[in-house]
Design a protein around this ligand. Structure first.
Ligand code: PRX
Length: 651
């Protein structure tokens, strides 16, 4: 089925009116329509002006953009340090006592860091890394819960020019080991554990398991968070308290080239092997801080809460680098939204007078399910702007958020972007854009996006197709780590010379962009990208499994739930116990986020005569809808058998 025919389009296009920016908001907004005019006239000049005004360069850049498709270099010749831009310069300008982070632990403990405090901690951590032999260009892996040491460790790496690779704490030991090995990290920073729903996530245990297979890791720094006992390997493991806290409180920033690698972040693609997305320094800082300033309308007294995990790109860009670069006070909450009860977030908004909240549709739908009584118990009057990211937001969730959280006074910005883009690319500008619930509206000033049909022709207003990006922009990925060929193949060949996002989109008759989800074999589960093939490989890795096929099934809360079809090896019998075991196996190999919600034992899979699994038929079966074209099926009986089985399982 082509993207033009996808049924979600119909649902998403059921428009629920539109919302003009409130006049009072518009009158004070950072963004004005002139921004679009300026960027349209000359997008390079627009970015160059922002780069000069917003960033402190040790050496100014001489060339804004060097573009040798598909490789971009931004702000060439410039030298800077991103931790200097996030910390030192604010302290030097008298903002040392301003709060950088209010941190709230899940059990209720809190910590507050001013910009000066953060600078000291970052300097200490950077000195510790240097003592352990980490130098410019060496990679450091970070596997931490949502505690202040996470941004501190990232900034410490950046301070000495050592690229970090943060691995989300929900990933398994195997996933961690794979990422460490691809990055060839020299040091791993982890914790004894973290809190999640009152339980301890045993990070050190996973780290120990991972480090059995990571020959490059020389030292491991362990933050004490939970205080429970964990084994420490002599000569390799060191407590953070022992190695960081005794260091000098000053560490000069290492000035790096604008194109120096800032970090690697692994993301799922259409193969089982995650891609190491490369982000560099100057362009990333400019792209993230500019979008943060205009899209979130940041004012000096704002309290900004991006409720993502720092382990994902959203947290890298909009919890750590952009807000700190813009000297913004931020919130970091360690735990789950329902601990101890479903109003934990609203209590935080009330306590800290949060003014801007940025979260994912999956969280909004989870809150929606619990009812509006939870937010209604709290004073949310401090909020003035709301944002969403990570997946298409259904208009119902948008309207619920607008009404029950935003009290109908807060503009909602639905922001589209990716790990690869580093920064928000398609978004309303609050104060300017008339929003339509469910649409991310228009490209940010200077950004080029288009919707193409399968032959590569732009679709007109009202048309649907594939979302592409038509111009370089400062925070774009610089490649896939150590694999330029895969970089070209993945992004630049579907439409020759144009970046293909992997997403379907539609333009309405007013030119608004409506994002329709992935068109490749990548699922979006609760706003997280997981490839079908990764889950399939994890299943086949189990001794009982002969073959498997995984598809996303529409889910009212998480967007897409993982649906796995499993074919057992001869002699193995399906059972509920085995289904549980297989789910746990996937959690062990990839992490709990990838555990299939639905798992079905099937006698066989629908295949074409050439042996290719017909996933779209499996999707049809999972969704319980009429089957599409079955004429290319090698054995038509197979789908009928699965369909009958599937019906049985759902009962
Ligand atoms: O499919 C799009 C979806 O999330 C994908 C990117 O996932 P990831 O790299 O994990 O980054 C997520 C956070 C930036 C996209 O290809 N996506 C992201 N934002 C939106 C979205 N889909 C629809 N609307 C959005 N606002």
């Amino acid at each position: 089925m082509s993207v033009e025919q996808r049924p979600e389009i119909v649902t998403l296009m059921a428009e629920r009116g539109s919302f003009d920016p409130p006049a009072a908001f518009a009158a004070r907004a950072n963004a004005t329509p002139a921004l679009y005019d300026e960027a349209n006239a000359d997008f390079e000049a627009f970015w160059a002006r922002e780069a000069r005004e917003r960033v402190d360069w040790e050496t100014p850049f001489h060339t804004t953009l060097k573009w040798e498709l598909p490789f971009a270099e931004w702000f060439v010749g410039g030298r800077l340090n991103i931790s200097y831009n996030c910390l030192d310069r604010h302290v030097e300008r008298g903002l040392g006592d301003k709060v950088a982070y209010h941190w709230i632990g899940e059990p209720g403990d809190t910590r507050t860091f001013t910009f000066r405090d953060l600078l000291v901690e970052v300097a200490r951590c950077a000195n510790a890394l240097k003592e352990l032999g980490v130098g410019q260009g060496d990679r450091v892996a970070i596997y931490l819960p949502m505690i202040p040491e996470l941004p501190i460790a990232m900034l410490a790496c950046a301070r000495i020019g050592a690229p970090h690779t943060v691995v989300f704490g929900g990933f398994s030991a195997e996933a961690l080991a794979g990422r460490i090995n691809d990055a060839e990290a020299k040091v791993l920073i982890t914790a004894d554990g973290g809190y999640r729903r009152g339980n301890i996530v045993p990070l050190k245990q996973s780290a120990d398991q991972a480090m059995q297979e990571t020959p490059t890791v020389e030292r491991c720094i362990v933050v004490r968070r939970t205080g429970h006992e964990v084994p420490m390997t002599a000569g390799r493991d060191l407590w953070w308290d022992d190695v960081v806290e005794r260091q000098a409180a000053e560490c000069p920033p290492v000035w790096v080239d604008s194109e120096h690698m800032l970090y690697l972040l692994y993301t799922s693609g259409t193969t089982a092997r995650p891609k190491g997305i490369v982000h560099t320094t100057g362009g990333y800082l400019v792209g993230t801080s500019v979008t943060h300033h205009y899209i979130f309308d940041i004012k000096p007294d704002d309290v900004f809460w991006c409720a993502a995990d720092i382990g994902w790109v959203t947290g890298h860009s909009y919890i750590v680098y952009a807000p700190l670069a813009n000297a913004t006070t931020g919130i970091i909450y360690e735990g789950a939204p329902d601990t101890p009860a479903w109003d934990r977030w609203w209590q935080i908004v009330e306590d800290y007078k949060v003014t801007i909240l940025y979260t994912a549709p999956t969280a909004i739908r989870a809150f929606m399910k619990q009812g509006e009584a939870w937010p209604a118990k709290h004073d949310l009057g401090s909020l003035r702007l709301l944002g969403t990211v990570g997946e298409p937001i259904n208009p119902e969730a948008w309207l619920w958020y607008h009404l029950n959280i935003g009290g109908e006074r807060c503009p909602v910005v639905d922001t589209w972007w990716q790990t690869e883009t580093g920064m928000i690319l398609i978004t309303p500008l609050p104060g300017i854009t008339r929003t339509k619930p469910g649409s991310a509206t228009f490209p940010f000033p200077g950004v080029g996006a288009a919707v193409l049909d399968s032959t590569g022709q732009p679709v007109g207003p009202g048309g649907g197709g594939y979302l592409v990006l038509t111009r370089p922009y400062p925070a774009m990925l610089r490649g896939i780590y150590k694999d330029p060929e895969r970089y070209r193949q993945t992004y630049w060949t579907r439409f020759d010379g144009t970046y293909f996002t992997g997403d379907g989109a539609r333009l309405d008759t007013d030119g608004y962009f409506w994002l329709l989800g992935r068109v490749d074999d990548v699922m979006n589960v609760a706003g997280h990208r997981i490839s079908t093939i990764e889950v399939e490989s994890a299943l086949v890795d189990h001794p009982a499994v002969a073959e498997s096929a995984v598809v996303g099934k529409t889910d009212p809360v998480v967007g897409q739930a993982i649906f796995a079809y499993v074919i057992l090896k001869a002699g193995r019998q399906p059972s509920d116990e085995l289904a549980v075991e297989l789910r746990e196996h996937v959690a062990k190999v990839i992490g709990p986020i990838a555990k299939p919600k639905h798992l079905m034992f099937a006698p066989d899979l629908p295949k074409t005569r050439s042996g290719k699994i017909m996933r779209r038929l499996l999707r049809d079966i999972a969704e319980g809808r009429a089957l599409g074209d079955t004429t290319t099926l090698a054995d038509a009986g197979v789908v009928e058998t699965i369909r009958t089985e599937s019906g049985r399982e759902e009962d």
